[in-house]
Design a protein around this ligand. Sequence first.
Ligand code: AGP
Length: 606
Amino acid sequence: MPSLNLIYGCLVMCGIVGYVGKKQAKPILVNSLTKLEYRGYDSCGIAVQGSGIKVYKDVVRVQELEQVLPRLSGTLGIGHTRWATHGEPSLINAHPHLDCSGKIAVVHNGVISNSPRLREQLTSEGHNFVSVTDTEVIPHLIEKYYQGNLENAVEAALLDVEGSYAIIVLMAGEPKLVVARKDCPLIIGIGDGENFVASDVPAILDYTNRVIYLEDGDIAAISKDSVEITRSKIRVDRQEHRILWSREDVQKASYEHFMLKEIHEQPRVIRDSLGECVLSTEPLIDLGLTLDMNLEDLLIIACGTSYHAGLIGKCVIEELLGIPVRVELASEFNHCRQTTGATTAIAITQSGETADVLKAMKSLRQTGIRTLVITNVPGSTASRLADQTVYTRAGPEVGVAATKTFIAQLMALYQLALSHVRVNRRIGERLSVELRQLPAKVQEVLDNEYQIINCARYLSRYDDVFFIGRGINFPVALEGALKLKEISYIHAEGCAAGELKHGPFALLNWDTPVIAIVAHDNTYGAMLTSIKEVKARGSPVIALAGEADEAIEELADLVVRVPYVSAIFSPVVNAVVVQLLAYHTARCRGCPIDFPRNLAKSVTVE
Ligand code: AGP
């Protein structure tokens, strides 16, 4: 049973924004909130400081809220998109929340774990609560402690609070926002005579690329011309960073969905990942990606798609470096596998905010294990926890389904393995040359998208699908199934082809298509045998196979031809095929591809 505070907590998938400057706050807040929609939400709201604080919120999309907003005059404001997994999405529970006087408004991401006790105490002291959220205790605590200085009141309130939070506080008559964070992301965007606050970089990219990442325990007072950060009332300086992402990166351009745009960006992502190296014709071993740690054995921890990248990384690293690699789901590692014999750990997380991964990283740190993180988000919590960070070069990913960040993670893992190659230097050099050809190979897959669209039309009529693969392509089968289920809502399972006969065979019939990923490596013969076994049970087969594979025509009902690459790189081209297959299947079924139901971009709760 989840605890009460979790039931009513505003989970951290929520988005928060704040503005203080010379311009009208309302359109900026609305625009910033739309940039956070991809995180998933069920209700939204804003508060603007004019003559007093005015709050507008409801269980609607941001655009719908905008349509009913009156003319609102005010140059300070806060906004929120709420994503409640257990608590009721309702107008009352939507943010911002107010204190009794209606002068203090708060937006919050996170969970206040001791809110029932605080609520009881505050109620006995005369505070009236209107919602069932944990968040509402915060404005009341600030009201309780306010003695003329907002920062001091916020600091005193947070001393009473247990749990996680990123908050923005707006108070009538105060020409500033006060913000604080603990275990939840929060950034300050620096403008010219204006400043911004947000839970996520895309929210502010239309206005500035200068950001300050707050640390846990920081409290910042933000006016239009200044940012003052303190810890226990002592001033601290935090470095300003330039974000290299552009506003175009978070726009759909001419694509129908972000997911399709992001799939099509993958040749560029691979080129960017390889940096200058891709232009060189020299074989390369040293890709400049070296671990400043002992490489004897490795533990990889991750969730979801990043876990699948980790499984592929295991095959690559074991083959090229000859060291044992263990891959664990972070959520399982946290509950069952606290002991580890590994000397070095790699955490893979595109968002850098996945709660299960962060928890695993903290426990690894406590046991003295050095951790490298592969992440796509500069300044993310994971990058602060890690001893070393490798930033992938995917650019911001908006679609909830991870696509280009997965390919970027694979690039980081290939580079890492090739940079430390010990088994056979000549093989390493050959592979390094081939790595540079991958953008063209992926482009070939994209250029032949029509063959995948045909298969997707066919697949969209079914309710149950199996993906099968072997060896380094077994994780691609897992990834194909995950992509298909999350955006098309078709039940899909990824299965090691050799495991079909140990149970899944019972489900195979004419109504259960099987997608077979056929690699031209030492698993080829066994894979053909698996396909014959599947056909014998009546299941239609869609095969992903090399251009020159004639044998497959006899066996499969439909074939998607993939360009030839060495087995070790085959997950890259095959992954792009299964991404497109999931995308077009979901499109045929009319699904909301970029915002699948019940899912959020960053899963920041355990
Ligand atoms: C992928 O399509 C999913 N949305 C999800 O499985 C995701 O990969 C997982 O939540 C891990 O996220 P992370 O990489 O940000 O840690």
